[in-house]
Design a protein around this ligand. Structure first.
Ligand SMILES: CC(C)(COP(=O)(O)OP(=O)(O)OC[C@H]1O[C@@H](n2cnc3c(N)ncnc32)[C@H](O)[C@@H]1OP(=O)(O)O)[C@@H](O)C(=O)NCCC(=O)NCCS
Length: 124
C-alpha cells in the first residue's frame, strides 16, 4: 500500500481581498460552481473559500505536482449530508490519479477568521 499526504494553510484575508478585487473571474478561475454556491451562501464565505483553496493545494501536494489555476479547478471539494468534505477529481487530475494508482483521497479542513488549513491523505 502506498500512502502520501499533503497539507496547506492560507490567510483567509488573501482570498477575501482577491474576491473583492477580481470578483467573479477570480472565483471562476479557482473554484467550481458547486464550491462557489456552497461558500457564498455562508456569512463568512471567504473562510469556506480559503479552506477549499487550501484543500486543493493539499491534494496537489499529496500528488507531488505543481499548481496552476486549471488543476485547482480539477480538484473539487464537495460536502456530504453530514458536512464532511470529499474530493472529486476531474480532467488532468483524474488522469493523474489513475496514472499514480491512487484509490482513495481523504481531506480534512478547518478555518477561522484569520487562517484556513487542510490536510489530504492519498492512498493507492
Ligand atoms: C466538524 C465540526 C466539528 C466542525 O468544527 P468547527 O470547529 O466548528 O469548524 P472547523 O473550522 O474546524 O471545521 C469546519 C469544517 O469541518 C468540516 N466538517 C463539517 N462537518 C464534518 C463532518 N461531519 N465530518 C468531517 N468534517 C466535517 C467541513 O469541511 C467544514 O468546513 P466547510 O463547511 O467549509 O466545508 C462540526 O461542524 C461538527 O461537529 N459537525 C458534525 C455534527 C453537526 O453537524 N453538528 C451540528 C452542530 S452542533
Amino acid at each position: 500500500m502506498q500512502i502520501s499526504c499533503g497539507t496547506d494553510i492560507i490567510e483567509t484575508k488573501r482570498i477575501k481581498d482577491a474576491v473583492a478585487r477580481w470578483k467573479e473571474p477570480f472565483l471562476r478561475r479557482i473554484f467550481t460552481p458547486r464550491e462557489i454556491e456552497y461558500s457564498m451562501k455562508r456569512k463568512f464565505y471567504f473562510e469556506h473559500l480559503a479552506a477549499r483553496f487550501a484543500a486543493k493545494e493539499a491534494v496537489l501536494k499529496g500528488f507531488g505536482n505543481g499548481f496552476t489555476s486549471a488543476n485547482l479547478r480539477d480538484v473539487e471539494i464537495i460536502n456530504d449530508v453530514h458536512g464532511r468534505p470529499n474530493v472529486v477529481l476531474k480532467g488532468q487530475m483524474e488522469k493523474l490519479r489513475k496514472k499514480k494508482n491512487i484509490n482513495t483521497i481523504t481531506i480534512s479542513m478547518s478555518h477561522t477568521r484569520d487562517y484556513a488549513q487542510a490536510m489530504a491523505i492519498l492512498i493507492g
